[in-house]
Design a protein around this ligand. Structure first.
Ligand SMILES: [Zn+2]
Length: 410
């Protein structure tokens, strides 16, 4: 057994996670929307723990929490997020924050350790007010205008109001210091079934998929639903339904092994039972980590729209409204996680892409970054029943902390 195994305190990791679960509890999960009272209490909880790891804590002007040290030597940044989706699970976010805290407690106090682990909790990873606002603020991608424009997608409350209500208005935002960190490491629950179905303990993330989004518009002719005979109708809603089915028939031929596509919101205009819709719109999303796959699917999508327009009775247009940027995880960091898995998880690990977005994809644009997954029971996440076996949580912590140590040792 590796000699430093005893340094990770599995019971302490579990106790910390349960402490965070006790703030904003909902059934067996939590309800902690960004800047809610339980979210803020969770940030305070972390800020109070960080000195145990020899770190100075600070909550910045966008709700990011940082634990930093004046210790010399290489520094590794580690963390995740503490807010949740509405009425969601207890581990999505807190797992990575508590692992980072434990890594800092174990490594920073060790007399022979090289360098230190610094901790970050990124605000609003779950996107209540925007898209990765906390980590994007840190890398300098969020302007004051962006904050002015941000609103809670549910309540409509402005981010400015929320920041002033929680006492963060006017506080400076911490920005990344070039060269300060050797990289960023984040642990997270898998939120899928890959690990569980193969009885594995650790997922080594190779890439985080990019998300491409499209608005597909169908134009027909609005008319009376009683007096307009079927053969002369130009029903935009029907054209949309046919197009959805066509996508599902034809995409598999050109997609990659892990490509996924989803029709989100469908709008029929005017959307009344007695009126034939003259216009219809669907929001459509594709995820993959290979832009070449997306390129050919987009060509197909546009040619399907052209075919549908020329053959059918309605015009179809495709507009790309979001261009994905897949994030590749650092090879050296992946190797460190693999070595740590061999030492602490019997090598029960697999390299896999992440189909969900994470702050690591933002950090990867300015420094080497990597992620480690632990199994999710039944693959369930974004639901209060989300869970991971205690033994897997503890094994994941041991692998994470050993990976941190290896990276700091160079
Ligand atoms: Zn998360």
């Amino acid at each position: 057994m590796p000699e430093n195994r005893s340094h990770v305190d599995g019971a302490r990791v579990l106790a910390d996670l349960h402490a965070l679960r006790g703030i904003g509890t909902y059934k067996t999960g939590v309800h902690k929307p960004t800047f809610s009272e339980p979210h803020m209490r969770s940030l305070e909880w972390l800020a109070q723990r960080l000195p145990e790891a020899g770190l100075t804590s600070r909550i910045d002007g966008i709700g990011n929490v940082f634990g930093t040290t004046a210790k010399s030597g290489p520094k590794l940044l580690a963390g995740s997020h503490l807010e949740s989706q509405n009425f969601a699970g207890w581990l999505d976010g807190p797992l990575g924050v508590v692992y980072a805290l434990e890594a800092a407690r174990v490594i920073n106090s060790a007399p022979n350790a090289n360098g230190a682990v610094e901790v970050a909790s990124w605000c609003d990873e779950e996107g209540h007010f925007g898209s990765f606002l906390g980590s994007r603020s840190y890398i300098g991608e969020v302007s004051e205008d962006d904050i002015d424009a941000a609103r809670d997608r549910g309540s409509g409350r402005t981010m400015r109001d929320a920041l002033s209500e929680v006492g963060l208005a006017g506080r400076a935002r911490v920005k990344a210091e070039p060269g300060r960190h050797i990289g960023y490491l984040e642990a997270h629950i898998e939120q899928g079934r890959t690990l569980e179905s193969r009885a594995l303990s650790v997922g080594i993330v190779t890439s985080i998929v990019g998300i491409w989004q499209y608005r597909i518009t169908f134009s027909g002719e609005q008319n009376h639903a009683g007096t307009t005979r079927m053969e002369v109708r130009r029903d935009a809603g029907l054209a949309l339904a046919r197009f959805c089915v066509d996508i599902d028939d034809r995409f598999p031929d050109l997609s990659g092994p892990r490509t996924v596509w989803t029709t989100g919101r469908i709008t029929l205009d005017p959307g009344a039972p007695s009126i034939i819709p003259g216009r219809a719109e669907m929001l459509f999303q594709i995820r993959d980590d290979d832009p070449a796959v997306i390129d050919r699917l987009e060509v197909l999508l546009r040619s399907m729209a052209a075919e549908a327009s020329s053959r059918g009775r309605c015009g179809v247009t495709v507009e790309r409204i979001r261009t994905g940027a897949p994030a590749m995880m650092d090879a050296k960091f992946q190797h460190a996680i693999e070595a740590a898995s061999l030492a602490f998880a019997g090598g029960r690990c697999i390299r896999m892409p992440s189909a969900a977005g994470h702050d690591a994809q933002i950090l990867s644009t300015i420094m080497p970054a990597a992620m480690l997954f632990v199994p999710s029971i039944g693959g369930v996440s974004h639901h209060w029943s989300e869970n991971t076996a205690d033994a897997d949580i503890v094994t994941g912590a041991e692998v994470f902390i050993d990976a941190c140590r290896r990276l700091l040792a160079g």
